[in-house]
Write a protein that binds this ligand. Structure first.
Ligand code: UDX
Ligand code: UDX
Length: 472
């Protein structure tokens, strides 16, 4: 293997750590720096501080190549390219908070020691940030530092695989040696026409366009989700099934099947903050981005709609026991940022419900954010004696529950499938009252009973026993 450029990574979060481990897998030495001393000591001990499939394995495999420190000087000593992956959370105004990014910029060397060095921006930043940082370089005697925008498109839960098999690699630069060096690092992941042997496309462009590609991609995906969620809501009024509708739409190659899953709304750190940041970026420049205002509002309402659904069946929620199955913003992650469960649980508690929750991985993170929920150590424990349950996160272990056991342990029978991920027939055969998101007109109490009638003696008995329990 030819000698690969060593890299520095500042910010050992989901993006930074996966970037470092991914480049280590491709043969680079990686020097990771983070201000969080506890995170660094866990990493030094060979332990991943976050749950991301495949990451622990890469950390172990490349322990020789991966170095961890709280001191930026360690990365500066060994590398020319510094990937910046610190968080850019929303400020109170909803704009992106760039203070961590600027802290990094201000701690970089000036004068001759800046020569041949570059920062490579992985953090999602508003369009125009690269220009501002280059200006700040000039004003502070760091004009010899180069700047490359290299947005990251990985998804949590499949971040390692996404890094190693990107659809595209976007490099925004001034057509300089720093841009070439970043391209060289990514070469093995690119398609043959770019000198690689994999399948990634290359977009080499200017810095502002690279920044906008990232924001626009996240905003578009969020728009697709809010769109299908609105279709789902109309399906509930009209009797259509959004799963069938999405299947029929997705077969049109111009639309495509992905990100057309209706549910409890999108969560996560990226969509929530980037959609808002793009809307405000437009607003700050004098343009009212109407579509994104609707995307955000639809998503906020979508997290709450299920409360009304529960009320329709249970009447007042005061004193009712509701089980939340899954809390993380999506499966295969311990990340609770922007999770729909945060809003849903708060609304249920405000209505007086007793909420018992279970998540296979994100429980501790959830407890820190929602200390007043009751947490239990299995799905069945959460369901014991519940009047209703909501599937919030489609973890594989939750999809594989034994529904007869579930029906036997609940005291009511209503199960709301907040991700349209469950097998309706299996639930109904077990005597549960299934409700998805946008799966046809909501059954009224009488309809539910009538449906159960059609499923034979056993299901009917089960439903009437539970309905009696729910009414008690
Ligand atoms: C990243 C991004 O960089 C963000 O802009 C993008 O939109 C989503 O992905 P993520 O990796 O999810 O964020 O963030 P997080 O897991 O919070 O990691 C950021 C890390 O940077 C933390 O470990 C934090 O301790 C560290 N950090 C923060 C620094 O090392 N220095 C700072 O000044 C601030
Ligand atoms: C997203 C982008 O996909 C990724 O490219 C970017 O780098 C970071 O932001 P992530 O937030 O990790 O990734 O997860 P993603 O799989 O996109 O899901 C985001 C949210 O949307 C989840 O809450 C998920 O449940 C929801 N979602 C996704 C839907 O509700 N319906 C869908 O069809 C797809």
């Amino acid at each position: 293997m030819t000698e690969r450029e060593p890299i520095g990574v500042i910010g050992a979060g989901y993006v930074g750590l996966v970037t470092a481990a991914g480049f280590a897998e491709l043969g680079s030495e990686a020097w990771c720096v983070d201000v969080d001393a506890e995170k660094i000591s866990r990493l030094r001990a060979g332990e991943s501080p976050l749950y991301e499939p495949g990451l622990q394995e890469l950390l172990e495999k490349h322990s020789e190549r991966m170095h961890f420190s709280t001191a930026l000087a360690d990365a500066l000593e060994h590398t020319r390219l510094l990937f910046v992956a610190v968080g850019t959370p929303p400020t109170h105004s909803g704009d992106a908070d760039l203070s961590s990014v600027y802290e990094v910029v201000e701690s970089l060397p000036a004068g001759d020691s800046a020569a041949d060095r570059a920062i490579v921006m992985k953090s999602t930043v508003p369009c125009g940030t690269g220009e501002s940082i280059k200006r700040a370089f000039k004003e502070s005697g760091r004009e010899r530092l180069a700047y490359v925008s290299c947005p990251e498109f990985l998804k949590e839960g499949s971040a390692v695989a996404d890094f190693l098999h990107p659809d595209r690699v976007v490099i925004g630069d001034d057509r300089d040696a720093a841009g070439e060096a970043v391209l060289e690092l990514y070469r093995p992941l690119l398609a043959r026409e770019h000198g690689g042997s994999a399948s990634g496309a290359l977009v080499r462009t200017d810095i502002a366009s690279a920044e906008m590609i990232k924001l626009a991609s996240n905003a578009f995906l969020a728009t697709k989700i809010s769109f299908i969620n609105e279709i789902a809501n109309v399906c509930e009024e009209t009797g259509a099934d959004v799963v069938e509708v999405a299947r029929g739409m997705g077969l049109d190659e111009r639309i495509g099947p992905k990100f057309l899953h209706a549910g409890l709304g999108y969560g996560g750190s990226c969509f929530t903050k980037d959609v808002s940041a793009l809307k405000l970026l437009a607003g700050n420049s004098g343009y009212h981005f109407q579509l994104l205002a609707a995307v955000i509002e639809v998503n906020e309402l979508q997290k709450r709609r299920v409360v009304a659904r529960l009320q329709r069946h249970l009447g007042t929620l005061a004193g009712k026991r509701v089980a939340l199955l899954g809390l993380a913003f999506k499966p295969n992650t311990d990340d609770m940022r922007g999770a729909s469960s945060l809003v849903l649980a708060a609304r249920l508690q405000a209505e007086g419900a007793h909420v018992r929750a279970y998540d296979p991985v994100a429980q501790e993170q959830a407890r820190a954010l929602m200390p007043t929920l009751e947490y239990v150590s299995s799905a069945l424990e959460a369901l014991a004696g519940a009047d209703a349950a909501v599937l919030v996160t489609e973890w594989p272990e939750l999809l594989a529950l034994d529904w007869r056991e579930v029906a036997a342990t609940m005291s009511g029978n209503l199960l709301v499938d907040g991700r349209n991920a469950l097998d309706r027939a299996a639930l109904e055969a077990a005597g549960l009252l299934y409700e998805g998101i946008g799966r046809g007109a909501p059954p009224r109490a009488g309809d539910a009973h009538a449906r159960a009638e059609q499923q034979g003696e056993r299901a009917r008995d089960s439903v009437s026993v539970r309905a009696a329990g729910a009414g008690a």
